[in-house]
Design a protein around this ligand. Structure first.
Ligand SMILES: *Cc1c(COP(=O)(O)O)cnc(C)c1O
Length: 456
């Protein structure tokens, strides 16, 4: 095959060493050498939290991304390791008690299930609202079709990640409650659905992380898109954090070249191929292997677009975002979204008031050139759609948030400015009130009708 990918190596980087994937979870936490060196009280807290929220971290993250001299404040440590305040104090104490008493794994799991129920495991009506039904009336699991042009597919083999983020909004996918899991291994079903919905231009493979899958599985889902009857699916997006957590996936893993060839074939066939890369901090872009992975992906003709949430303890600082966007642009990555931390999981630890989020966004934007200003946000992926805080203004004596839908269940809602009363504490859409004495936001009656029709 005539491919640039296979033969070119950046001489400045020299040979990139391969690495064996070694991963740790809640039960092997103490076997991480750097963790064993931490005070026992801290390790106990980590064990307690990790029995409720998912924990998984690999040795690349441990050895190359975390600065252990800066623990616990190091952003990459906060991004992957459990912290006491991620649980509400009462919940933490109950679980800590079980651990102190040496309770059985069964008891711990039972309490964990109970505590998780209070953490809004499926925000924005994910389980009930977005699942399309087959003609026969059966629900298609593993598929979400919320916005007209884009369908989300959750491949069954991709419902884990190379490491877990402590703030993950899909954390419920990882805690073993099978009935709460969204996933499918049926490529035929995906292709049938796409075939019968010619309004879909974008397929978004998501997870977990679809790139934990072997390339041969990814092929089974994606090669079918090259058939003429799926020509309307112009864009193939893959949501991933592999460029951060396991860049070896694109460079030295045994099927790395096969993956790149797959991306290249899709791109050469005229598809727009985009890795929707999850980035939170400029540090994720600094290692030679991460840069080599980015370069190789871009050589296939695929684009990399960057998105991620604004998080207290990790990146609630305009300088960090300005650095991130500048570095992304330099490496050929397109800044895409700045998200608001969702109303689920450890949100209490990570959330930032919307008013502050907008200030951080604005101050970061001011520091970068136009090429870094392509990131929209701060954006809330909420039940009615993606709502962006456009700014704070004073209109006829009332201080308000100016909002707009970037995406919406009804495309007609998109790009209409609307207003909420200013609130310096609110962290999510459901805490906002319409401005100017209105009773409801303009979309609320229609949203209620959509929910009623879907049987909620
Ligand atoms: C964000 C999102 C999409 C993609 O929206 P774009 O604005 O096109 O990137 C699709 N489906 C869901 C459920 C989403 O949250």
């Amino acid at each position: 095959m005539n491919s640039v990918v296979q033969f070119y190596r950046d001489p400045e980087l020299g040979a990139v060493e391969s690495r064996e994937f070694r991963v740790f979870n809640d039960r092997s936490l103490d076997r991480i050498p750097a963790v064993a060196a931490l005070p026992e009280a801290m390790r106990f807290e980590m064990r307690v939290v990790a029995s409720v929220l998912p924990f998984r971290v690999n040795d690349y993250v441990i050895e190359e991304l975390i600065d252990w001299d800066r623990v616990p404040d190091d952003p990459m440590f906060q991004l992957t390791f459990p912290q006491r305040e991620m649980l509400e104090p009462g919940a933490f104490e109950r679980m800590a008690d079980l651990h102190r008493k040496g309770a059985s794994r069964g008891e711990i799991q039972a309490l964990a299930r109970e505590l998780r129920e209070d953490l809004n495991p499926h925000p924005a009506g994910q389980l009930e609202l977005n699942r399309p039904s087959e003609e026969a009336g059966e629900v298609i699991t593993g598929l979400q079709h919320k916005y007209r042009e884009t369908v989300l597919f959750f491949p069954g083999q991709g419902q884990t990640c190379h490491s877990y983020c402590t703030f993950c909004f899909r954390w419920a996918q990882f805690v073993g409650d099978k009935e709460l899991r969204i996933a499918s291994t049926d490529a035929g079903l995906l292709h049938d659905y796409l075939r019968s919905h010619t309004e879909i231009s974008d397929l978004l493979m998501t997870g977990g992380d679809p790139l934990v899958m072997k390339t041969k599985h990814l092929k089974a889902y994606l090669e079918g898109l090259l058939e003429p009857d799926l020509a309307h699916v112009q864009t193939v997006r893959i949501g991933t954090k592999a460029l951060t957590f396991w860049p070896y996936r694109f460079v030295t893993d045994s099927d790395a070249d096969e993956l790149l060839h797959l991306l290249e074939r899709l791109a050469e066939a005229g598809k727009h191929v985009a890795l929707m890369a999850h980035y939170n901090h400029p540090h994720e872009l600094r290692t030679p292997i991460a840069r080599e992975a980015i370069r190789r992906v871009r050589d296939t003709g695929a684009e990399i677009r960057a998105q991620g949430p604004l998080l207290r303890h990790i990146n609630d600082d305009p300088g960090a975002w300005a650095d991130l966007w500048r570095e992304e642009v330099r490496l050929g990555i397109i800044p895409y979204y700045m998200f608001v931390e969702r109303d689920t999981g450890a949100r209490r630890y990570f959330e930032v008031p919307l008013a502050r989020a907008w200030e951080i966004y604005r101050e970061a934007m001011q520091q970068v050139s136009g090429l870094g200003r392509t990131a929209r946000g701060p954006s809330m992926s909420a039940e009615p759609g993606k709502v962006e805080i456009q700014g704070v203004a004073e209109i006829q004596g009332e201080k308000v948030f100016v909002l707009r839908f970037i995406q919406a269940r009804n495309p007609d809602w998109v790009q209409r400015p609307f207003f909420a009363r200013y609130d310096d504490q609110a962290t999510w859409l459901d805490q906002l009130q319409p401005a100017f004495g209105e009773e409801r936001f303009f979309f609320e009656d229609e949203l209620a009708a959509i929910k009623a029709a879907s049987g909620e």
